[in-house]
Design a protein around this ligand. Structure first.
Ligand SMILES: Cc1cc2nc3c(=O)[nH]c(=O)nc-3n(C[C@H](O)[C@H](O)[C@H](O)COP(=O)(O)OP(=O)(O)OC[C@H]3O[C@@H](n4cnc5c(N)ncnc54)[C@H](O)[C@@H]3O)c2cc1C
Length: 544
């Protein structure tokens, strides 16, 4: 679509958004012979996906099986059931089953139809002791790719807050967090070569490769067009949408249906405020994720669910598009650091991959968030161990607070000094004895793998002492229109809204705040997009 936009456009499938969920849906639908129009509100393509590490959790994938990993859908399902909140099995069981069955097929399809090549990562499942868990084989990320494969759209791919010259796995081993100078010395030539040859990995490779596949399959992809409203027929089925682009109003007729893949609602203060406390410390996604999909779906009768779920993350302040932005990093999971709440006490194992869930815990009686506000409390050894923190702290004045004593630090941030001193003294005893009596930090297989030989404790003892806010920072919300296992959007009475599908962070995500893998948004987003398209390819307007 170039030049002046026509007033009415017709296609089989309209895909709204251009992240993992959207492009996977578009590719599968177009490959199945449907005409596909992809509309992206931002001038940049790829959404949060393009910014991401593209760590992709796909159980029983063909790369792992080829390396002899013993995995299948049944083990993956057992693992998901074991680690998910117990009361989620009933409402989400069908979706989990659909995911574990489709995900490996989706991954093969992506490699068949795009230039993307995935590699296995060394990251284990975070709940290694659970039934069906795997220490290796479920996490993947794309190998470097020339982003020019995106053809005329390559220059539109959204930039990340993180460097994408290295692969996800190379980033882990390069150890930029702890040894940035050494990491640059060892990888500088590779980084330079990839920059000179226009190669990138992670989310940039994923989006570039998906765009290539979509273009080859005949999709029309248009950035800078915001979809504003869904159109329905007399039975309430969705038939098309209205959109706006640079002052032009567009009407799109979608004969087969629509896939909403517009990401989360974290950048909409009103909708966010209805479901979460206050404003987040730092948001890591693009500011175009304002909940449009959730609102459009609700306007045509969809049930919104899981609106209190999010991809919560430790994050450092960075600069992006001219302002302070979040860059996800589990900086709280570091030696010589603990996290305390307003009482000055610890409330969990800081190395737990799902530690962020604790921040969203509510008092069942009052509805209050007992662990907010929270703080990372650390010392000079932490700063030496994590030089990246000092560097990024410069991006947000007052983010890193220093004091020469713990009592002075507590007073500065409004914590009870005595309680903080006691908490730190107790933690330092755990460090000396080599285990954490309170929360077993370092006790799990995952903790041991990520903390390495040095272990996960480390006394908080050497001035200056430092505090950094550790309230809610996020990569995206995970609630929205409730769907069935085909991705069809449902009404509150369980009936299907014909022609409407949702995938990715915009849907009532069957994996909520609790992450089952270290990359449990991209794998499911790609898979749900794929499943939505398969639904549109067969019986697309079936409502029962
Ligand atoms: C730095 C970083 C690293 C990450 N690393 C990982 C990782 O390694 N593994 C992992 O699993 N997750 C990771 N995540 C999270 C992951 O990137 C997201 O959860 C995921 O990409 C969401 O995909 P999506 O397709 O649902 O939405 P998005 O990729 O966010 O795409 C949504 C798109 O919809 C567009 N849109 C919104 N409204 C409209 C509208 N009205 N009309 C048209 N378009 C619209 C938006 O502009 C956006 O481009 C990371 C996130 C960040 C920020």
């Amino acid at each position: 679509m170039t030049g002046a936009a026509p007033e009415t456009l017709a296609c089989d499938v309209l895909v709204i958004g251009s992240g993992a969920a959207a492009l996977s849906a578009a590719l599968r639908a177009a490959d199945g012979g449907l005409s596909v129009l992809v509309l992206e509100k931002s001038d940049k393509l790829g959404g949060t996906t393009a910014m991401s590490g593209a760590g992709t959790w796909i159980p029983a994938n063909h790369h792992a099986l080829a390396k002899g990993v013993d995995d299948d859908a049944a083990q993956a399902l057992a693992y998901i059931e074991a680690v998910s909140p117990p009361d989620w099995r009933e409402p989400e069981g069908e979706l989990w089953k659909a995911f574990v069955e489709a995900a490996p097929r989706m991954l093969r399809f992506l490699e068949d139809r795009t230039p993307i090549r995935f590699e296995l990562l060394s990251e284990p499942d975070p709940e290694l002791e659970a039934p069906g868990a795997k220490a290796y084989g479920r996490m993947l990320s794309p190998l470097p790719l020339k982003t020019s494969v995106g053809g005329p759209l390559a220059k539109r791919i959204r930039k990340s807050t993180q460097p994408h010259s290295l692969t996800y796995e190379e980033m882990i081993w390069a150890n930029f967090i702890h040894k940035p100078v050494r990491a640059y010395r060892r990888n500088g030539l590779k980084i330079l070569w990839r920059k000179l040859t226009g190669q990138a990995a992670q989310g940039s490779a994923l989006v570039a490769g998906l765009l290539r596949g979509c273009l080859d399959a005949g999709c029309i992809i248009q950035p800078g067009v915001r979809v504003t409203e869904l159109l329905t027929d007399e039975q309430g089925g969705v038939t098309g949408a209205l959109a706006t682009a640079a002052g032009h109003d567009l009407r799109i007729e979608a004969a087969r249906g629509i896939v909403i893949a517009t990401g989360g609602f974290e950048w909409d203060p009103e909708l966010y405020g209805q479901h979460f406390p206050g404003r987040p410390d730092l948001i890591c996604s693009p500011d175009t994720n304002t909940g449009d999909g959730q609102k459009m779906a609700a306007a045509v009768g969809a049930e919104l669910a899981r609106m209190d779920q999010m991809n919560i993350a430790g994050a450092l302040p960075t600069r992006y598009e001219g302002r302070v932005h979040g860059m996800p990093l589990r900086f709280q999971a570091a030696r010589h650091a603990i996290v305390v709440d307003g009482t000055g006490r610890r409330f969990g194992n800081e190395f737990d991959f799902n530690f962020g869930e604790k921040l969203l815990e509510r008092d069942p009686e009052t509805g209050a968030y007992p662990h907010l506000p929270a703080w990372v409390i650390a010392d000079a050894d932490f700063l030496a161990h994590m030089p990246v923190v000092t560097t990024f702290a410069r991006n947000k004045r007052g983010w890193l607070i220093k004091a020469t004593t713990l009592a002075a630090l507590a007073t500065r941030i409004g914590l009870p000094p005595l309680a903080l001193e006691e908490t730190v003294a107790r933690f330092n005893i755990f460090d000396r004895q080599g285990f954490d009596d309170d929360f077993d930090r370092g006790g799990s297989g995952f903790d041991r793998l990520v903390s390495g030989k040095a272990g996960s404790l480390g006394a908080v003892a050497r001035a200056p002492f430092v505090a950094m806010p550790f309230n809610i920072s996020l990569m995206g919300t995970k609630g929205g229109p409730r769907t069935n296992a085909r991705g069809q959007v449902l009404r509150p009475d369980g009936s299907v809204i014909a022609g409407l599908h949702a995938a990715g962070n915009v849907m009532a995500n069957p994996f909520g705040t609790r992450a089952v893998g270290t990359g449990t948004t991209i794998g499911p987003a790609l898979t749900w997009g794929f499943l939505c398209a398969e639904s549109l390819l067969t019986d697309n307007r079936k409502t029962a």
